[in-house]
Design a protein around this ligand. Structure first.
Ligand code: SF4
Ligand code: SF4
Length: 510
């Protein structure tokens, strides 16, 4: 057990692990001192001076982010001195800041707005023309910078240096002429550029992907898991309930998985919720209703022999979808079970995993004890005529080459979210809902099973694949033992026990 210290903040006693700073200790008591440059995932620089507090027996105000808690320490955050200091510091920060909140993308989630209301609230006294600085500077493929809105907290500089290990940003000039610049000859183009925008407490950095697309007060959040790779970063999916459209991902703090961060590939993966989707059922390439397509699929299965029928699970899909397909395979007496996945890609030692699938470990667990056969073996089986009927889940295949073999399958029933090799060659296509349209459990590369919440309603005629599979099983005369998601999960539990990592207590990173 870690050693603790006990101190008093605004008359309340609090015990925290040794080494905790006063700002974090205050959060435990529900006291938000206010700070711009402090971020729990970055080095402490104590340069914005917005978190000053009084510490008894210390003649000077102290930055609470840098002040380590001491045994018996007595801190005041609401006394005259510290309150005035924070108020004056805020006024100073706002001296040259444009008041263009109505057109600023950060409006609604801006620390300057919030703190002005909470800690200052007075009208601007400066009547001079403010200092003007560069606006709409394109820093790279993902980020635009407005120097006038920048409060020089250097969070973006530290994200580049400390998280991305690419010190591509720095501060030029001093005082009110200061601005953030990109290193000469470079662009802001490392794999974590969107984290600079994410940590920016004001509207100085905006993401090209999100700017001017939505007002944040219209958005709602679902607690999701990024499906961009096997790391399984915890995320929020921000969506507009009025048009059921997802607009962005944001990191959701989990110290055991992704700490406070996500990579750019993951952050931009929300686009796939709406792009390249299969929204209608198809029979032989022509549009059909879902019930007609299911009836056709049942007809194909009735004609097929289990010994020449194969099932393909997908590392792109949740445990629920894959478990449903495995259950159908068992009910139909099919023993050849293969796996498909998206092709491998680049990884790093920060977050990105070379396995670009969210649930490789999940389907491996479901496939035990006999194990799943590989996609290469699947292609060999097709070529050997041992898989003339195939029921496949997923949209992608691990290699381009193997996909051509799908043309040799006589009857291919595909449960897919997106266009791809399976859909292209399928006899019957059933439109499956994406990860954002259904609750689902994914097991990451560390073996942690994590639940992703439904954000938007199923797009087009799509339904969660596990529901479509259950309907097909019923039509094939082999109804599955469960009807509801909770029943499916109970049936699945022995195969994939839940091992949800304890979500870290929020450190309030924004
Ligand atoms: S751009 Fe944003 S994060 Fe970077 S220094 Fe300015 S205010 Fe801070
Ligand atoms: S590291 Fe993987 S799981 Fe995390 S945000 Fe990037 S793509 Fe998503």
């Amino acid at each position: 057990m870690s050693e603790t210290v006990t101190l008093t903040i605004d008359g309340q006693s609090v015990s925290v692990p040794k080494g905790t700073n006063v700002l974090e200790a205050a959060k435990k008591l529900g006291i938000d001192i206010s700070a711009f440059c402090y971020h729990p995932g970055l080095e402490i620089v104590a340069q914005c001076r917005q978190c000053l507090v009084s510490v008894e027996k210390n003649p000077k105000l102290q930055p609470s982010c840098q002040q380590v808690c001491g045994e018996g320490m007595v801190v005041h955050t609401t006394d005259h001195h510290s309150t005035l200091a924070r108020k004056q510091q805020l006024e100073f920060t706002l001296v040259n800041h444009p008041i263009d909140c109505p057109i600023c993308d950060q409006a609604g989630e801006c620390r300057l707005q919030d703190y002005w209301l909470e800690h200052q609230g007075t009208k601007k006294r400066m009547r001079d023309e403010p200092i003007h600085k560069p606006k709409a500077v394109v820093f790279g493929p993902t980020i635009v910078y407005d120097a006038e809105r920048c409060i020089l907290c250097t969070r973006c500089v530290r994200v580049s240096e400390e998280l991305a290990k690419d010190p591509v940003l720095s501060v030029r000039e001093r005082g009110n002429l200061g601005e953030i610049v990109v290193a000469p000859g470079r662009q802001l183009d490392h794999p974590y550029t969107l984290m600079t925008e994410y940590v920016c407490p004001v509207g100085a950095l905006t993401s090209i992907d999100f700017r001017f697309k939505a007002r944040v007060w219209f958005l709602r959040q679902a607690r999701t898991i990024c499906t961009g790779c096997a790391t399984g970063c915890n995320s929020f999916t921000d969506f507009d309930p009025r048009n059921q459209k997802a607009y962005r991902y944001r990191p959701r703090e989990n110290l055991a998985v992704n700490k406070f961060w996500m990579c750019d590939d993951g952050m931009l993966d929300h686009r796939r919720i709406h792009e390249g989707r299969v929204l209608e059922a198809r029979i032989a390439g022509k549009s059909a209703t879902v019930p007609t397509a299911l009836a056709k699929a049942a007809e194909l299965l009735a004609k097929a022999s289990p010994s020449s029928t194969a099932v393909v699970l997908s590392a792109e899909h949740s445990n629920e979808d894959n478990f449903a397909l495995l259950s159908l395979a068992k009910a139909l007496g099919i023993t050849d079970v293969y796996q498909s996945a998206r092709p491998a890609g680049q990884g790093d030692d920060i977050l990105r995993h070379p396995d670009k699938n969210p649930n490789t470990a999940g389907i491996a667990a479901l496939g035990r004890p006999s194990g799943l056969k590989s996609f290469v073996e699947f292609v060999e089986a097709i070529r050997a005529g041992k898989a003339s009927t195939v029921i496949a889940l997923g949209s992608a295949t691990p290699t381009g080459g193997g996909a051509a073999a799908l043309s040799d399958v006589k009857s291919l029933i595909a449960f897919s979210t997106h266009e791809g090799p399976f859909v292209e060659r399928a006899s019957v296509v059933l439109p499956a809902s994406s990860w954002a349209e259904a609750d689902g459990i994914f097991v990451n590369a560390k073996g942690m099973s994590q639940e992703s919440e439904k954000a938007v309603t199923p797009q087009g005629s799509s339904k969660p694949a596990f529901r479509l599979i259950a309907e097909l099983a019923a039509l094939a005369g082999k109804p599955l033992a469960w009807k509801k998601l909770a029943e499916l999960r109970a049936a699945m539990a022995p195969a994939v026990p839940r091992s949800v990592p304890p979500e870290s207590a929020s450190l309030g990173a924004e």
